[in-house]
Write a protein that binds this ligand. Structure first.
Ligand code: ZN
Length: 295
């Protein structure tokens, strides 16, 4: 049976099983409040796991968005890590290269690379290693989206015609790193850059519609938050379906945030959302990502 094309717009890989296990145990997801029946994936997140999960769920493409140093939130950043970050990005690209349909994104960090280093590195990864986008996590990486040190990254993505996919959500001490409103300067200054704001705002989802309305060129992914629907600080199914309808479902792509959550379950949740037409949901499963992210 030929169903809609399935694309995971947001998944992660780990180097080794043990790394994946530890990361999943130690990465605390606090922003959605209390929810007791969150269904986590059984996978550790090595590339063989991802291939298996894609196969079983019938996915033809996946965007792999790894983050340097994401195993530790108390990560001390500094320029001495420049070579490690670059090697990590090369690992990400090399790991997915043999696997048809897997698309690697690379990470930059203004605390580690100078503007010029970011530009040169992104260009090298795209032109010589198959990278097709940049992943950022302003909350873990602790920078503001409008930080002038990030301009060379955005400028280079624009020149190369590749998207930026960036985590969104509140920061524990309330710093304005990754809330939807924190994206305004970037959306304002780089209107031609393809920006996918992950998690539809996460625990700061009540800000998302305002930003979506102010910036019709902003796109969103719905991973993680959709597994937490009904949580004490998360939208209900009802509110979530309504939010996507109001933003415009053609602007929203589906991700799994694998290996935290499962690909087949992501499809199930999207298809169960209220307020959206069948075709709108089917487009969220893959066609939107192909169009928006140029896959
Ligand atoms: Zn993620």
């Amino acid at each position: 049976m030929a169903g809609p094309i399935l694309v995971d717009a947001h998944m992660h890989l780990v180097e080794e099983r043990e790394t994946g296990r530890v990361r999943k145990q130690t990465y605390e997801i606090w922003e959605y409040g209390e929810k007791t029946d969150v269904k986590y994936s059984k996978y550790d997140g090595v590339v063989e796991d991802a291939v298996d999960a894609m196969d079983k769920a019938g996915f033809s493409k996946a965007v792999v968005v790894n983050l340097f140093g994401s195993g530790s939130t108390s990560f001390e950043r500094g320029p001495e890590l420049a070579e490690e970050l670059k090697a990590f990005n090369r690992w990400g690209c090399d790991t997915v290269a043999p696997h048809d349909g897997m698309v690697p994104y690379v990470n930059t960090d203004p605390h580690i690379l100078s503007g010029e280093e970011m530009s040169t590195h992104i260009r090298d990864m795209v032109e010589n290693h198959g990278a097709r986008g940049v992943k950022l996590h302003p909350v873990l990486q602790r920078f503001e989206m409008g930080d002038p040190r990030m301009t060379p990254t955005y400028q280079t993505c624009l020149e190369l015609g590749i998207p930026v996919l960036s985590h969104s959500g509140p920061q524990r001490e309330g710093r304005p790193f990754g809330t939807p409103k924190a994206y305004a300067p970037l959306l304002e200054n780089f209107p031609d850059l393809t920006l996918v704001i992950a998690h539809l705002g996460g625990g700061a989802w009540t800000e998302t519609l305002e930003i979506a309305r102010a910036y019709p060129h902003a796109y969103f992914d719905c991973c993680e938050i959709m597994e937490w629907l009904g949580g004490s600080n998360a939208p209900t199914y009802e509110q979530f379906g309504r939010l996507i309808k109001d933003i415009g479902p053609e602007r929203v792509v589906m991700g799994s945030d694998f290996p935290w959550y499962d690909l087949d379950r992501s499809v199930e949740i999207v298809m169960g959302l209220p307020h959206l037409a069948e075709e709108e949901k089917e487009a969220m499963l893959g066609a939107n990502a192909i169009r928006i992210m140029g896959l």
